[in-house]
Design a protein around this ligand. Structure first.
Ligand code: ATP
Ligand code: MG
Length: 595
């Protein structure tokens, strides 16, 4: 089966069972400054799993574009990518274990036609000291569906428990959690005893692959440390789309699913090297996989409006691109290749995600630019690295050639050398502080003034967002922001060009709020409380009880923000919109200045 086919069958299957099919949330979480990327289908839905009503009802399903920077080191085996699609279905206080497990089983065996004897599951073994029962209910349901008893395994909370803060004992009071039941596909490859005497679903030898996981949110932690049953119980299912597709093809290599086939051909032709499935590898096959994964991720990021830069999402994007350039070099590909690989992804995904085709020109341009720039840096750096032999000086390579520290670390590791990263990082910090001090001296005065300007633009950006929400009467969220001492640039979700009247009304409203001389207040609050004030759907999986900063401008605006801001909007002067234009699909950009 193809990836599109599996996705479509899944969504149709759950639509037929009363689920609203919701769109994938953006890969950059909306209004959530504390996390860079959406890493699962559940992440954008956490507020609803915690009790907020969802406008689409109590049964939801989707395919979520997910990115996990933390999996970057795993890329190279046959089952991990940083970017993937996660199929998900949710019950918000609606159905529970019986329906969930029966449907998943039916989907896998009837829709995807996976052989029944190749499916294995794990269930929560319970925890006596915490008085949490063994999940015999789930196990009983699996058994009733026809799962052989020896295919049902019980594991402890490290494997089969979900909460935002980890195992039950790590959960704070008031936190929700519950057991989960993971499903594995047996590829029937021989067991590798290097991974232990006997094989089991959680064994890492490569025989079993986790294809999905049903989480049952049924407990709340009480003040006395005990666990109470929730009045309304939720289900969260997440399944790897590419892994499920691999299972239908009885081939454990996700890079051999159809979405990778044209890009893989490009790499085979350009490197004159064959490709085959290996479980995990240090050979050139790993280079193929890194480029395939990283450039697919980069393509989706660029299409979502992220641009290579030295901070946050843009930094991760740049790292993916640079790493791919190095791997292409290792494969012996001499000329630029990334844009061509990216283009074949555009084609593979255009039926499912039309924004990919719309962004094709831009993707090509950005990749060509980065590749041309970094190829030079790479060849200089590699030449120097060769000269250095075993005495690698990562700091010198960075300061003289702009050679990224992580890449030096990676190359050193490949040569069996462990760099002392702590010393290098300390040196980097010192270097940055010194160059900042140098710059401050050079532009004495000028810099202080420009810092004050950017603070004013920062506050103006909050006013602009609040004004757009009022004027457009929509759920406007920030999609990007860039401030210099001369102007602000602000990207937001809106499908069409703003009319001159809408722009005028926005500009006027901002100026009105400036003239009102509203005071700007900062509050540090626990996340849940801040959420109430800001009132948007921002949430993520970081630890419960996080303190976040909220900036309020009168009663006009309230946003999660690190600051700094002016104390009073009267300090801003007159606000003028210079330009309104498209930034990427579904995203508009406004440039404005204070005068
Ligand atoms: P693994 O242990 O294999 O890394 P996980 O425990 O991190 O998986 P979950 O967080 O439960 O996985 O995600 C739900 C599903 O998403 C998994 O069952 C798997 O099918 C898929 N998945 C997770 N991580 C990846 C990845 N890096 N690449 C491809 N698919 C993934
Ligand atoms: Mg994982």
């Amino acid at each position: 089966m193809t990836v599109s086919e599996v996705r479509k069958r899944y969504l149709d299957f759950f639509a037929k069972r009363g689920h609203a099919i919701i769109p994938s949330a953006p890969i950059v979480p909306e209004n959530d400054p504390t996390t860079l990327f959406t890493g699962s289908g559940m992440q954008p839905l956490v507020p609803y799993l915690l009790g907020q009503p969802h406008p689409e009802g109590t049964r939801l399903a989707n395919s979520q574009l997910s990115f996990r920077a933390e999996d970057i080191e795993e890329v190279g085996d046959n089952r991990h990518t940083t970017f993937f699609e996660m199929l998900g279905n949710w019950s918000l206080g609606d159905y529970f274990k019986k329906e969930q497990l029966s449907w998943v089983y039916e989907f896998l065996t009837e829709e995807l036609k996976l052989p029944k004897d190749r499916l294995w599951v794990t269930c929560f073994a319970g925890d006596e000291t915490l008085n949490l029962p063994k999940d015999t209910e789930s196990a009983g349901i699996w058994k009733g569906l026809g799962m052989p008893e020896d295919h049902i395994c019980f594991c402890d909370a490290k494997k089969n428990w979900w909460s935002r803060s980890g195992t039950p004992d790590e959960m704070p009071t008031g936190e929700l959690g519950g057991p989960d039941s993971e499903i594995f596909f047996d590829f029937q490859t021989p067991h590798d005893p290097a991974f232990g005497e006997t094989c089991h679903p959680n064994c890492d030898c490569g025989r079993f692959m986790e294809i999905g996981n049903s989480v049952f949110l049924e407990y709340i932690k009480n003040t006395d440390g005990s666990f109470g049953k929730l009045p309304k119980q939720n289900v969260d299912f997440g399944g790897g789309l590419e892994r499920l597709t691999s299972a239908t093809n009885d081939n454990p290599d996700i890079f051999l699913t159809d979405v990778f086939s044209t890009p893989l051909e490009v790499l085979k032709n350009r490197s004159h090297k064959p490709y085959k499935n290996v479980e995990r590898t240090t050979s050139y096959i790993k280079s193929f996989r890194i480029i395939l994964d990283h450039i697919r991720a980069a393509t989706f990021m660029l299409a979502s409006g992220i641009r290579p830069s030295n901070t946050e999402q843009g930094y991760i994007l740049r790292r993916l691109i640079r790493r791919s350039i190095r791997e292409a070099d290792k494969l012996g590909i001499k000329d630029a290749v990334l844009a061509e690989v990216a283009e074949s992804f555009d084609t593979a995904y255009t039926d499912s995600y039309s924004f990919m085709q719309e962004a094709a020109g831009l993707i090509r341009e950005e990749l060509e630019k980065e590749e041309a720039q970094f190829k030079k840096t790479l060849s200089h750096g590699m030449r120097e690295l060769k000269k250095m032999g075993d005495n690698i000086d990562a700091f010198l390579l960075f300061t003289t050639f702009g050679f990224p520290i992580e890449l030096t670390e990676e190359i050193a590791r490949e040569r069996g050398i462990n760099l002392d990263m702590n010393t290098i990082k300390a040196k980097m910090k010192e270097h940055q502080a010194l160059s900042r001090a140098g710059a401050a001296q050079k532009f004495a005065g000028g810099l202080a003034d420009s810092a004050k300007q950017t603070v004013r633009y920062h506050t103006a950006t909050h006013l602009l967002l609040a004004a757009l929400r009022k004027v457009l009467r929509g759920e406007i969220v920030q999609k990007g922001s860039n401030i210099t001492a001369e102007r602000l640039r602000f990207d937001f979700n809106w499908p069409i060009k703003l009319s001159p009247e809408q722009l005028k009304a926005t500009e006027d409203l901002v100026n009105e709020k400036i003239l009102e001389r509203l005071s700007v207040e900062m509050k540090e609050l626990p996340k849940a409380e801040a959420q109430k004030i800001v009132g948007t759907l921002s949430f993520n999986l970081s630890k419960y009880g996080d303190i976040v900063k909220v900036y309020k401008i009168g009663d006009f605006s309230a946003e999660f923000c690190g600051g700094p801001h002016v104390e009073n909007t009267g300090e801003l002067g007159h606000f003028r919109i210079l330009k309104e234009e498209a930034s990427s699909a579904g995203v508009r950009r406004i440039k404005a200045m204070l005068e």
